[in-house]
Write a protein of this length. Structure first.
Length: 215
């Protein structure tokens, strides 16, 4: 009887020892495994990153400025005293603006612009927007392009209106020096006159006068 009791005691002790070993093994294994990182390699940099607005602050050159026209100087085409002129290859113009015009001369003719903004460029260009046309000039005041667009807008060239057909353009201006089916261009004195045509209808979408500096 004593022997049986002793055997049970030994069995219990051995079981307790084995359980202790198992627990110690699991504990040491847990300490040997490195903790898993939940942050990305860049997580610690979040606070130091520059926000887009801070990295590239918006400068005045990228802002568009709307300018209300004075009552006595309307920027609307119909209110100007200008009359269309016959096309002259030696003295090309759009809306009465030649590339030798000054900014002040244009404002005297058409009033204050509806909008003014600056095109970011190696040499920034001031763009003045009116109803149906716009022009751009360099910082020194030299006008380098004039553009007319908008259905039924007069180009300033007698007999030529935005939306006119290719046939009308040919009658008023003559055949172009270059024809790509959707762009007609005329090489003039120190400049280029360009007509953008709708490839489907062959109607004029826009007329542009460029200084050779921009061609």
């Amino acid at each position: 009887m004593r022997r049986s009791t002793r055997q049970r005691s030994i069995t219990i002790v051995l079981a307790a020892v084995m359980m202790t070993w198992l627990l110690q093994g699991c504990t040491s294994q847990e300490h040997s495994i490195p903790p898993i990182e939940t942050d990305t390699p860049y997580a610690h940099q979040k606070d130091s990153q520059v926000k887009p607005d801070e990295r590239n602050p918006v400068g005045k050159q990228n802002e568009k400025t709307e300018i209300a026209s004075p009552k006595n100087q309307s920027s609307h085409n119909g209110d100007s005293t200008y009359t269309d002129q016959a096309f002259d290859r030696a003295h090309p113009q759009l809306k009465g603006i030649v590339l030798a015009s000054s900014n002040d001369a244009v404002k005297e003719l058409w009033g204050e612009p509806e909008e003014h903004y600056v095109m970011d460029d190696t040499d920034p260009i001031d763009v003045y927007q009116y109803e149906g046309f716009s022009y751009g000039c360099k910082q020194d005041g030299r006008i380098i392009f004039v553009e007319v667009s908008g259905e039924d807008t007069s180009t300033g060239i007698q007999g030529l209106t935005i939306g006119d057909s290719e046939a009308t353009a040919s009658k008023v201006l003559g055949r172009p020096d270059h024809d790509t089916n959707y762009v007609w261009s005329y090489e003039l004195k120190n400049c280029l006159l360009r007509l953008d045509l709708d490839p489907t209808t062959n109607k004029i979408q826009a007329v542009k006068l460029f200084s050779n500096e921009r061609v």
